[in-house]
Design a protein around this ligand. Structure first.
Ligand SMILES: Nc1ncnc2c1ncn2[C@@H]1O[C@H](COP(=O)(O)OP(=O)(O)OP(=O)(O)O)[C@@H](O)[C@H]1O
Ligand SMILES: [Mg+2]
Length: 282
C-alpha cells in the first residue's frame, strides 16, 4: 500500500483572482479538494511518471499527459492520488459524461467553474450562440484564464473521461494547450484504451516531446493483497491474492466487487472458489 502522502513540492496555493473577459467575477476558489483514499495501493511507477512530468512543468513549461487504461483499472483513483500528493497545486477539474457529450462547452463550463469563473455557465448551451470560430474564441478564454492562474504557481488541468467530453470543449482546450508554451500548466486527460472521440491533435500532443502517455495496467499481486487486506480488514494469504489477481486481471474494481460480494472468511483459505464479480457477470 502506498504510504503517507509524499512531500508536496513547494508550490504556491494560487486561487485565480481574475475573471475571463466579459464574465462575472469569480464565484468560488479553485476546487481541488478530494477525500483521501486510505486504501490506495501500488502505482508507484505511474505516480513517478506524473511527478517527473510535473517537475518538467515547473522548469520547462506546459506538458500534457494521457492517462489511459481499461474501465475500472484505476485511472481516476491514480489521478486523484497524484493531486492528493500535491495539495498546493492549483487543480482545474472537469469530466466528460455520456449524457453531456453533445452539449457544447459543457466541459469548459466545468473547467471555468473549477477556476472560480462564472462565465462558463454562459457557454454551455445546446444552441450554437457563439461565432463560427467559437472553439478559438473559447480557447483564447481558456488560455487567458490558465495563464493568469499559473502566475502564482503550477496549474494542473484534469479532464476525466475525456472521451465523453463535448467536441467543442476539447477543440477549445486543444487551442489553449498548444499555446501555453513556457507557462507551468500540466494537462491530464483520462481516457480508455480506445479514445477515438478525442481530437487527434490532443493525442499528437501527448505523443510529442512535451507529452506522455501513462498506461494504467493491472495491479500487482502484492497490491491486490494489500487492497484485499484493507477492504476486508484482515490479512489475506499471498496465494489467495495471487489467484484473486489472476481471476480479476488485476482490475481493482473487480477485486473490490468480489471482496464485497463474498464473505470475509472465504478469503482466508488457500483455494477459494472465485465467482465472476457482479459488475462483470452477465
Ligand atoms: N490503486 C488503487 N488502490 C486502491 N483502490 C483502487 C486503486 N485503483 C482503483 N481503485 C478502486 O477501484 C475502483 C475503480 O477505480 P477507478 O474508478 O479509478 O477506475 P477507472 O479506471 O477510472 O474506471 P472508469 O474507466 O470506469 O472511469 C474504485 O473503487 C477505486 O477506488
Ligand atoms: Mg474513471
Amino acid at each position: 500500500m502506498r504510504g503517507a502522502p509524499r512531500s508536496a513540492s513547494g508550490t504556491t496555493n494560487s486561487g485565480p483572482a481574475d475573471t475571463i473577459p466579459g464574465a462575472p467575477p469569480p464565484l468560488r476558489p479553485a476546487c481541488r479538494a478530494t477525500p483521501r483514499d486510505e486504501a490506495f495501493v501500488g502505482r508507484e511507477h505511474e505516480l513517478g511518471v506524473l511527478d517527473t512530468l510535473l517537475a518538467q512543468v515547473r522548469t520547462d513549461g506546459a506538458r500534457i499527459a494521457l492517462v489511459r487504461g481499461a474501465p475500472g483499472i484505476g485511472k481516476t483513483a491514480l489521478v486523484r492520488r497524484f493531486l492528493d500528493d500535491h495539495p498546493h497545486l492549483t487543480a482545474v477539474r472537469g469530466s466528460g459524461d455520456e449524457g453531456e457529450a453533445t452539449i457544447s462547452y459543457a466541459l469548459v463550463d466545468q473547467l471555468f467553474g473549477s477556476m472560480g469563473l462564472g462565465g462558463g455557465a454562459l457557454l454551455a448551451h445546446i444552441e450554437r450562440v457563439l461565432p463560427v470560430e467559437e472553439p478559438i474564441v473559447v480557447g483564447r478564454l481558456i488560455l487567458a484564464a490558465l495563464i493568469r492562474s499559473s502566475v502564482a504557481g503550477p496549474v494542473v488541468v484534469v479532464v476525466d473521461d475525456a472521451h465523453w467530453a463535448d467536441v467543442d470543449s476539447l477543440r477549445a482546450l486543444l487551442f489553449a494547450v498548444r499555446r501555453l508554451g513556457a507557462y507551468p500548466v500540466l494537462t491530464i486527460l483520462v481516457v480508455p484504451p480506445d479514445e477515438a472521440r478525442l481530437p487527434a491533435g490532443l493525442g499528437r500532443l501527448a505523443e510529442g516531446h512535451t507529452g506522455i502517455t501513462v498506461e494504467v495496467g493491472r495491479l500487482k499481486p502484492t497490491d491486490v493483497q494489500a487492497l484485499a487486506a484493507a477492504a476486508t480488514g484482515s490479512p489475506v494469504p499471498g496465494l489467495v491474492a495471487h489467484r484473486l489477481c489472476a481471476h480479476t486481471l488485476g482490475n481493482p474494481r473487480h477485486v473490490l466487487a468480489l471482496l464485497m460480494e463474498t464473505p470475509a472468511d472465504h478469503w482466508q483459505g488457500w483455494e477459494p472458489v472465485l465467482p465472476a464479480p457482479g459488475c462483470s457477470a452477465g
